[in-house]
Design a protein around this ligand. Sequence first.
Ligand code: ZN
Length: 296
Amino acid sequence: MFLDIHVHTASNSDLPLAEGEEVVATPEQLVEMFDAVGIDRAVVLPLVTPENAMLVQSNEEILAVADRHPDRFIPFCNIDPRLHKNSADTDLSFVINHYKDKGCRGIGELTSNLYFDDPRVQNLFHHAQQCEMPLLFHVATREHDTYGLIDDFGLPRFEKSVQAFPGIIWLCHSQAWWAFISGDVTEDEWGGYPKGPVVEGGRVVELMRRYPNLYGDLSAGSGYNAVSRDPEFGYWFLNEFQDQLCFGTDVWAVGQRDDRLIWLLEFLTDALARGKISQAVFDKIARKNAESVLKL
Ligand SMILES: [Zn+2]
């Protein structure tokens, strides 16, 4: 069985996330999709920022979803760094602890379009560390992305944050993170889904080796592309970082049942069947690493 580290749902809205997109799936629709493929639990991430979204929801909506299906959904709270006073000295521990007491296991997905080293973002990191809450974030490029925490090519601002807040468990996600699996990514490809053989020297490998508190969120096209674009490299990567990788889908719509719901799930299942990864490695990535991060 799989534990999915990254999904979205909406219980009381028929708005799509963006114009021309599908309507966001209800919790019941997600449960039905999960049952069909063997996902028994999922972390559900509130969509609280307006960037790239027609739909802005509350942490309370996601807590109610988790209440309705306590054996299926694990709630995160999402905290916008601009909350309350739009200032770097807002006591965000107050609000984080409020949601932690209600059962939230982490913070995210952070999508505010601010620099990693913006003082308000650094303030959020400080309070996340104080409250011992893992952070799931979307990395953005300044040039190509309209949402996510912004970094420069090579992720220097993120690395400085990791050094400044060594107590945080970072769940790293998005194209601008996973494109750096390869050492030859260019500024033009960064933020996309570069294909082909992975070249040594990728920043993802370097950073995950240097900081054991960095975890790869393998969800969405970005995570799947990183491990599947060069399968032999992908198997090596899954083995090498078996303690720092979490299965995920980033599923949020019914129409995704034939693509992002199953991409990674089938890749991992096939890797296990062909002996490319052991049962122990499979189990860690499928659920055990997430269980330890989430203290389940
Ligand atoms: Zn997401």
